[in-house]
Design a binder for this molecule. Structure first.
Ligand code: 3H9
Length: 695
């Protein structure tokens, strides 16, 4: 028997073999529980209950993955029957054993289906999780109530409030799955189903949960809310999980459903759904659909510093053959130690096995001089940020590398066209701007010059997918998308200092906004010297009428480069960030020199001025066609600069806040701050016409 989807295919099939039947869900691409799947699953489980030939059933999925959750595209619509909680309750209530056969990912509603089955078998590579909080939701089909019944309150709190998926081995250890398949998943699940025939049914919802003492529970909930930095779903999810210890399943599920439906209509959830689809949309660049990427397997990295070694690790993790080159044995050995250190830490924390570390270490070779890169498909430079150094290197690489090899630069600010012009093949040159630490941060800016070939850009996108990074394609300008916007709002943050705020007040306001760290704390972490070099480079071309704050220059002149020197915008004792009276004095002295009377500045003013600076610069970036779409900016800011994803990125949020009020703020700044702060044309036009970034 089957149920038919609107497209006319059958997303759920019941194969009535005796004694163990099979329910197969087949709803590409990820077997999401769309209405047709829910209806098909309910009908199939009812038939299992009725059919005397069937004594047990396995629920399995076609394709690469088990059910990856509810259909996110249906969230903006009115829910249609049958609802997932009812379908899942029917599975649990089935009078015959039901076993889930899990491959790929069992996420959200998919994990909830598995939780309601009477047993679970997973492939060794499978993972299970409840990622709803990442969409601004709580699990809405029993997840918050069944998971603690299966794995206990503490572990359930961790998984539900973080959205973190667990791999099969960890799931087995937690009691989330019963067995790991040793070969044929469906056969193993069928075997387990056969064993369960005639046994008392193991209904998760009938289990009890050991309670947590009230004090620990409220401390945990408070910690979770703090860590969420303004996102509301994790705190609500924690409350629901804790309810499982005191309420019968159906009462807990009723509370869960109410919260789920409430959050589904929330602004935060809409923003996080926007973020989810934008992360995927950046991959699809107009005009590149039919362009074939070049083949890349052998990668060369020039420079074994922090960036170079991080990039090497990112490629080794993704299965590439990597070779790092340096100019001296000493630099090479230091790089090798840096790479080994990262992997050793990953082994120590249990993230990878010692065998995986050894395999990845073997994938990275080391050599002196660029001549050893002649067999590479792609070479990325991560050397000192100096135009002439990079041009000389590219000239050298041009002579060594065979035709077709892609030459990439990891520069964060420099003009890539000028670097490309140093070679005889500017079409093969591209910017691959990784963010530090390169093996952790997911954002990758792919910077194309006017000469970059389309298949080189397509290769950048294909590489990003293999590296599991989120790529944003942009054109050349100083700082590209992210650093250009960052420079602007850092500048505005420094104006706030001169007018009356102190670094920790600006940081606190922006952390309350949802950034993981404020700009001054970030600057201390990254090192003040990098930007100092940039300011010195730009000094000759700076508009003399521009409002310029020199506090950062003075800090650098005093050797205060941030954490690495023990002092920057803050001082660090024992690694702890502390307000430094020396900086306070420097800030106050700067105000005095400018003839500014210091005043108290509210967190609200700090936040809205910074937001306006970001939105205005983003509009200029769009006007100059540095990127094609507003979503490109949102993705850069969320994944590279900590703009809170629950706000959906600056341009998604700007639609909410209202472009007229942002324009008014920008106009006020332009009047106060002068050149560089003029409103962008598109901001003026949109505010006047009422057009939105996301209509
Ligand atoms: C939930 O379940 C609520 C319940 O508790 C309660 C309900 C009552 N829906 O990522 P990919 C699309 S909330 C619709 O590129 P991968 C995706 O847009 C849900 N579409 O592949 C893309 O489409 P396109 C909880 C979805 O292999 C295509 O599938 N679940 C959904 O790198 C391929 O995706 C989640 O949050 C969906 N649920 O990664 C899981 N999922 O080709 C979210 C994917 O047109 N999904 N699509 O761009 C993921 O984490 C990843 O997609 C997954 C595959 C790991 C599954």
């Amino acid at each position: 028997m089957t149920a038919t989807s609107p497209e006319g295919v059958d997303p759920v099939r019941l194969v009535s073999t005796s004694p163990v039947a099979l329910i197969e869900i087949d709803n590409p691409p990820v077997n999401a529980t769309s209405q047709a799947v829910r209806a098909g699953l309910l009908a199939a489980i009812q038939e299992v209950g009725r059919n005397p030939q069937i004594e047990a059933v396995v629920i399995a999925c076609a394709g690469k993955t088990f059910v990856a959750g509810a259909d996110i595209r249906e969230f903006g619509q009115t829910p249609r029957e049958p609802h997932l909680p009812d379908v899942i309750n029917a599975i649990e209530a089935c009078s015959k054993p039901v076993v889930a056969a899990i491959q790929g990912t069992a996420l959200g509603g998919g994990c909830e289906i598995a939780l309601a089955c009477h047993a679970r078998v997973a492939e060794p590579g499978a993972s299970l999780g409840l990622p709803e909080v990442k969409l601004g939701l709580v699990p809405g089909a029993g997840g918050t109530q069944r998971l603690p019944r299966l794995i206990g309150l503490e572990a359930a709190l961790d998984l539900v409030t973080s959205g973190r998926p667990v791999k099969a081995q960890e799931a087995l250890r937690l009691g989330l799955v019963d067995r790991i398949s040793s070969g044929d998943l469906r056969q193993d699940a069928t075997e387990l189903a056969r064993e369960l025939i005639g046994q008392p049914l193991r209904r998760t919802g009938e289990r009890s949960v050991v309670a947590m003492d009230a004090e620990t529970a409220s401390a945990k909930a408070a910690e979770i809310r703090k860590k969420a930095r303004g996102a509301e779903a994790p705190g609500k999810a924690a409350e629901l999980v804790l309810l499982a210890a005191g309420l019968p399943l159906q009462d807990g599920m009723a509370r869960e459903r109410e919260t789920f439906l409430d959050l589904r209509c929330s602004e935060q959830s809409a923003a996080l759904r926007h973020a989810f689809f934008a992360e995927r949309e950046v991959m699809r660049l107009p005009g590149l659909d039919s362009v074939e990427p070049r083949r890349v397997q052998k990668v060369g990295i020039v420079g074994a510093g922090t960036m170079g070694s991080g990039i090497a690790i990112a490629f080794a993790d993704a299965g590439f053959d990597v070779r790092i080159v340096e100019t001296s044995e000493q630099a090479l050995t230091a790089g090798q130690a840096r790479v080994a250190d990262v992997y050793d830490k990953q082994v120590a924390s249990g993230r990878i096995t010692a065998a995986a570390r050894d395999e990845r270490l073997r994938a990275i070779g080391y050599a002196i001089g660029t001549s050893s890169l002649s067999d590479r498909d792609l070479v990325i430079e991560a050397v000192f940020e100096d135009l002439e150094v990079k041009r000389a290197l590219f000239r050298d690489l041009d002579a060594v590398l065979p035709p077709g090899t892609i030459l990439a630069t990891n520069t964060s600010y420099l003009d890539i066209s000028l670097i490309a012009d140093a070679t005889s093949r500017p079409a093969d040159v591209v910017g691959l701007h990784f963010f530090s630490p390169a093996h952790v941060m997911r954002l990758l800016e792919i910077v194309r010059t006017d000469a970059t070939a389309a298949d080189v850009v397509a290769t950048g996108l294909a590489l990003a997918k293999r590296l599991r990074k989120i790529p944003v394609v942009c054109r050349v300008c100083d700082g590209f998308v992210g650093n250009r916007i960052l420079s602007r709002y850092r500048q505005q943050a420094e104006y706030l200092l001169e007018e009356g705020a102190l670094p920790h007040e600006v940081d606190a306001a922006l952390e309350a906004f949802g950034f993981p760290m404020g700009p001054f704390a970030v600057s201390d972490l990254a090192g003040l010297d990098i930007n100092w070099a940039r300011r010195k480079r730009l000094a000759p071309t700076r508009d003399p009428r521009e409002r310029y704050v020199d506090i950062a220059d003075r800090l650098c002149e005093a050797g205060r480069f941030g954490r690495k020197t023990g002092a920057g915008w803050y001082r660090y004792e024992g690694g702890k960030r502390e307000v430094d009276p020396v900086v306070t004095a420097l800030v106050e002295e700067s105000s005095q020199r400018r003839g500014l009377t210091r005043r108290a500045i509210s967190a609200d003013e700090i936040q809205s001025r910074i937001r306006a600076a970001i939105v205005n610069e983003a509009c200029k970036i769009l006007d100059e066609r540095i990127v094609e779409r507003p979503l490109d900016v949102d993705v850069v800011m969320m994944h590279g600069y900590g703009y809170p994803a629950w706000r959906g990125g600056p341009l998604f949020e700007a639609d909410r806040v209202g472009l007229q009020s942002i324009l008014a703020q920008v106009q006020e700044r332009a009047a106060q701050d002068g050149p560089g702060w003029e409103p962008a044309d598109s901001l003026i036009n949109r505010a006047a016409s009422g057009a939105k970034f996301y209509p």
